[in-house]
Design a protein around this ligand. Structure first.
Ligand SMILES: Nc1ncnc2c1ncn2[C@@H]1O[C@H](COP(=O)(O)OP(=O)(O)O)[C@@H](O)[C@H]1O
Ligand SMILES: [Mg+2]
Length: 644
């Protein structure tokens, strides 16, 4: 192969006046002409594989048509690696050439010579976000960042829904440009590649921005969402993730750096940054919607409906805009943070936990607040009720017993881990699991510890008591049947992965799901497998049984109905997101939430959709029905009361 300099006449002219850019540091000199067509004017940037030049297209002698020429220098000495790099380059060219989106630069040409390859594309007049940040020591306006984020979600949605899907894989400020129309443009598709499911690669991306799973070579749309989260965290805080310990965003709250950032904006970014990809936004589209709801005019509307603002029975509410199909909430109550806890209703009062640390008590008919009880941590689990007492665990590691009428503490019990299980009250005891790995049995009246049973990992599966036994799973994948006295394991079963789903016992069979994608039905006496049923993803949702059918959701997005005795499938219903919510079933309908933001009401016998209601966030907790009203919380901070 010939050297480039032999093939192309060298020109000694200086940078033309149309260019006002930095002096050259790349391998091409100003004035040099490539392919008899592109005259190099100057350098736009230098990156991992080479330089990006500004050039003029000489096929347009009468006008100045500018373009960007990206050079890739093949420095690999290993032949296989060299070929791989050329392939990467050609793939970038080909992918880009097939795309059509206003945020993606147009591709004009590509060619290679010996150890160099060139991509000619639309010249974007503007600055990349890293450059914009470095150009000031002030914070960029939060509202501006929000608008860019909406545009980035839009182009990610385009890429992720392309056939085949395209994973960008290197989202970071220096790969996002803002052009002279102030529009977002994504550059640097060098490592993007058509996504083939199940395909494993090596770590590609940029440390600090890349998601944990990309280190193992898993590229997915969820990984782009994480890197977008990291990019937004960087833009909002000015704290460069490349200089911080990996995955430390959780320990670096955005507010600590920049008090101007609204809580809701921060929580959207933190959700995108969830370590576990199942907890991130299910799609770029979902994140875009959440960001759009933060637009200043929308925020005013939601602030107006906060606290105890109550919507009367038949009056249409502003929230009706979420329900174009016509389901109008009876009332909407806005908590101070996400609702991940499932409500319970007792004697006309709805109780639920908020990530705002509070246990809330709300009048079931009117939505008026009765009381709120503050703990010192977020509440991700649901309350249990017995004898005018509510039992609830908090991330502050305590289990609380609260007077249900007055909202005052009866007793508390401190464990060594956060508590995500819903307590089970039976036989005058409270049973619950903690992230410290123990399942505890306390005296319900006093909170005195009767026993603690240690497991190897956190316990997030809520215990259930049936026939003198306590059943629960652990994150290690162990499932236990313990004597209620705590001193004897009746039997023990091992799933292949963690068990977060809470067990249900009916007709001497115990049912639970596992992160190994399987729903298990075991003989409650012996632990022998009665049947098992495999879905396409993790099962975090807990099973519910109604007239001989077991219902549950899966992270694969579907709701399943199986025959409880045989495990035979009766129907499946696909939602638009993961189903971690546990269904509520009665003769009128099956009610279940999805990460796609909807509450679905399905026909219990056929799985046909009866109606759905779109909330402004994800519904990861479970609905409950009381007096023909469905109560359900959403990560949009709201508890909805809908006509069942
Ligand atoms: N089409 C373009 N128009 C204008 N500037 C560009 C263009 N493409 C890249 N640049 C500039 O060059 C820099 C490096 O380009 P990039 O494609 O990200 O290469 P690398 O793979 O080396 O990171 C960018 O950060 C941007 O400032
Ligand atoms: Mg780059």
């Amino acid at each position: 192969m010939q050297q480039l300099s032999n093939q192309q006449p060298r020109e000694t002219k200086h940078i033309e006046e149309e260019s006002a850019i930095a002096p050259l540091e790349g391998t091409l000199q100003p004035g040099q002409i490539l392919q008899n067509r592109y005259r190099i004017l100057g350098i736009l940037g230098i990156g991992g594989m080479g330089a990006v030049y500004q050039a003029r297209d000489l096929h347009f002698p009468n006008v100045t048509k500018l373009c960007a020429v990206k050079e890739m220098i093949n420095i690999a000495t290993d032949q296989g690696l060299r070929e791989q790099m050329v392939k990467n380059f050609e793939r970038e060219a080909e992918i880009l050439a097939t795309l059509s989106h206003p945020a993606i630069p147009q591709i004009y040409d590509y060619f290679s010579f010996g150890d160099r390859a060139y991509l000619v594309m639309e010249y974007i007049q503007g600055k990349d976000l890293e450059g914009l940040m470095n150009g000031t020591d002030q914070f960029l306006p939060v509202e501006q960042i929000r608008k860019w984020a909406v545009e980035i979600c839009d182009v990610l949605h385009y890429l992720h829904t392309h056939q085949p899907p395209i994973i960008f894989r290197d989202m970071k400020p220096s790969n996002i440009m803002i052009d002279h129309h102030r529009r977002v443009r994504l550059i640097d598709f060098g490592i993007a590649k058509a996504f083939q499911s199940g395909q494993k690669g090596t770590m590609i991306g940029t440390e600090g921005y890349s998601p944990p799973e990309q280190y193992k070579g898993d590229a997915s749309p969820a990984g782009d969402m994480y890197a977008l989260g990291a990019t937004l965290h960087h833009l909002l805080t000015r704290s460069d993730p490349r200089l911080e310990p990996p995955f430390s965003f959780e320990d670096r709250p955005i507010k600590n750096y920049n008090p101007e950032v609204p809580d809701r904006m921060a929580s959207i970014v933190m959700r995108a940054l969830s370590y576990n990809f199942a907890e991130r936004f299910p799609s770029a589209e979902a994140m875009k919607q959440a960001l759009e709801l933060l637009a200043p005019d929308v925020v005013i509307q939601t602030i107006a409906s906060s606290e105890t603002k109550v919507m009367g029975g038949s009056t249409p509410t502003p929230e009706a805009s979420f329900a174009p199909e016509g389901v109008i909430p009876i009332w909407v109550f806005e908590a101070e943070d996400e609702i991940r806890s499932s409500p319970i209703v007792v004697d006309g009062v709805v109780y639920f936990g908020g990530y705002d640390n509070n246990l809330w008590a709300i009048d079931a008919k009117t939505g008026a607040q009765k009381w709120k009880f503050p703990t010192d941590g977020g509440i991700g689990s649901s309350p249990a009720y017995a004898h005018d007492t509510l039992y609830i665990g908090s991330e502050d590691r305590r289990l609380y017993a609260i007077d249900a009428t007055k909202g005052e503490t009866r007793w508390t019990f401190l464990t060594e881990g956060r508590i995500f299980t819903t307590p089970c009250v039976a036989l005058n005891h409270v049973y619950f699991g903690s992230d410290d790995g123990n399942v505890y049995a306390l005296k319900a009246s006093t909170g005195r510890k009767v026993w603690a049973f240690p497991t190897a990992r956190p316990v997030r599966s809520s215990p259930t008591v049936s026939g003198e036994r306590v059943f629960f799973g652990s994150e290690a994948g162990d499932f236990y049947a313990l004597a209620v006295s705590g001193d004897e394991t009746a039997w023990h079963f091992r799933a292949r992965r963690g068990i977060t789903s809470s067990p249900l016992v009916q007709e001497k069979i115990v049912y639970f799901g596992s992160s190994d994608w399987t729903m298990y039905a075991l003989d409650a006496e012996t632990g022998f497998v009665v049947w098992r049923y495999r879905t396409r993803k993790q099962i975090v949702s807990s099973p519910r049984i109604f007239s001989g059918t077991v219902y549950f959701g899966s992270a694969d997005g579907a709701v399943y109905a199986l025959d409880a005795l045989s495990g035979r499938e009766i129907w499946q219903y696909e939602t638009g997101g993961q189903v971690t919510s546990t269904p509520f079933v009665n003769e009128r309908g099956l009610y279940v939430g999805s990460v796609d933001g909807n509450l679905y009401c399905l026909h219990p016998d056929t799985g046909d959709l009866l109606w759905n209601f779109q909330s402004g966030g994800s519904i990861i907790s479970s609905p409950t029905v009381y007096d023909n009203i469905v109560y359900v919380g959403s990560t949009d901070y709201r508890l909805y009361a809908l006509p069942a």
